[in-house]
Design a binder for this molecule. Structure first.
Ligand code: ADP
Ligand code: MG
Length: 327
């Protein structure tokens, strides 16, 4: 395949962002930001490490790698604007498949008026896609995971563990043609990052946000550590879909805590702002659930506790729990 004709085929016909001075065509892109802060993140997906062509079509791969990046931008409270794509292409990928992969990114990007402004194209042994995103946020308004304070409400968007359930269906290669199975597979292949919801929080004085890429057990510990607080989660409040519970009755509770890549948002806000956050979720058309609260550190270092019936356990990053007070 000719690299130049490939680049031409993925080059946007026009750009939407007004701060763009120079897009694809020269040695680098040029942006003239209009005063706010610029937020940037990068994410890589490698064939047979992060995805397999058995479980994902090229379109899904494109969607998912950009979605992972957009989830990071959302977790910073920022508005997406640009993306760049570095791709390593093996000889067994056709030009049509690559164009499909780009279409997966483009369809998601279009929702947010994002522009593709550059990239790099090389050949190699396996497909690898690295996407860099750039977004904007009002000066000083980026949302950090270090912002949680004792007394805050801990919340999470959507339902948890669905992506893990979808992957299990795809790997098993069974097909029960149920709507539960289709729902979970879709959640795995086409996660929708919570961009609009996060943008809607811009009026809040303070909110801590972290996106759920590795499972809330991990993410809650990250908030606890960087904010220097304890976190208490009520297990029976953690949201899961009926599809996950129906099809994986033995695993759903583990997966809602440690199944990754749901790309939901875990956050902490002052109790006085909780109603506003709920209204904002309703406007964005997403589910939101209070799952616990933030407290002062009670031991030597920050910890996450999880309460189930009358038992309180310590929730480790891995999702592993052990009873409080037993070491
Ligand atoms: P250079 O040698 O200056 O890096 P390239 O031929 O690599 O130039 O790229 C030419 C233009 O095409 C640049 O604007 C670059 O950002 C863009 N580009 C190259 N590869 C890709 C890609 N895979 N996706 C999007 N844009 C790309
Ligand atoms: Mg180059």
């Amino acid at each position: 395949m000719d690299e130049f004709s490939f680049i031409r085929s993925v080059q946007p016909a026009y750009y939407k962002q007004s701060s763009l001075i120079k897009g694809i065509s020269d040695d680098a892109a040029v942006i003239r930001p209009s005063g706010g802060d610029v937020v940037t993140a990068v994410d890589t997906m490698v064939e047979d490490v992060h995805f397999s062509r058995k479980t994902m079509q090229p379109h899904h791969i494109g969607h998912r790698v950009l979605a992972a990046n957009l989830s990071d931008l959302a977790a910073m409270g920022s508005t997406p604007a640009y993306y760049m794509v570095s791709i390593t292409i093996p000889s067994d990928w056709s030009e049509e498949e690559l164009i499909e992969l780009y279409a997966g990114m483009d369809d998601l990007a279009a929702r947010y008026r994002m522009d593709l402004i550059g990239g790099d194209t090389v050949s190699g042994r396996e497909l690898s896609v690295t996407v860099t995103v750039m977004g904007t946020v009002a000066k000083g308004k980026a949302r950090y995971r270090s912002a949680a304070v004792p007394g805050d409400v801990l919340f999470v968007t959507g339902t948890l563990g669905d992506s893990r359930g979808g992957l299990e269906w795809l790997l098993n290669e069974k097909n029960d043609s149920s709507s539960d199975q289709a729902f979970l597979i879709d959640r795995h292949r086409k996660p929708w990052p919570r961009v609009s919801f996060a943008e809607g929080l811009s009026t809040l004085q303070r909110v801590a946000l972290n996106d759920v890429s590795d499972g809330i057990a991990n993410e809650a510990n990250e908030i606890a550590e960087s904010s220097g607080v304890d976190i208490h989660i009520a297990k029976d409040m953690v949201p899961f879909s009926s599809a996950l519970k129906n099809t994986f009755p033995d695993q759903y509770q583990d997966w809602m805590l440690s199944g990754g890549e749901d790309f939901e948002l875990l956050g902490a806000v002052p109790l006085s702002d909780w109603t506003l956050v709920q209204e904002n979720a309703e406007t964005a058309g997403i589910k939101i659930t209070k799952i616990g609260e933030v407290d002062e550190v009670s031991g030597d270092s920050p910890r996450v506790f999880i309460k189930e019936s009358d038992q309180i356990a310590i929730l480790k990053k891995s999702g592993y729990t052990h009873l409080k007070g037993k070491g």
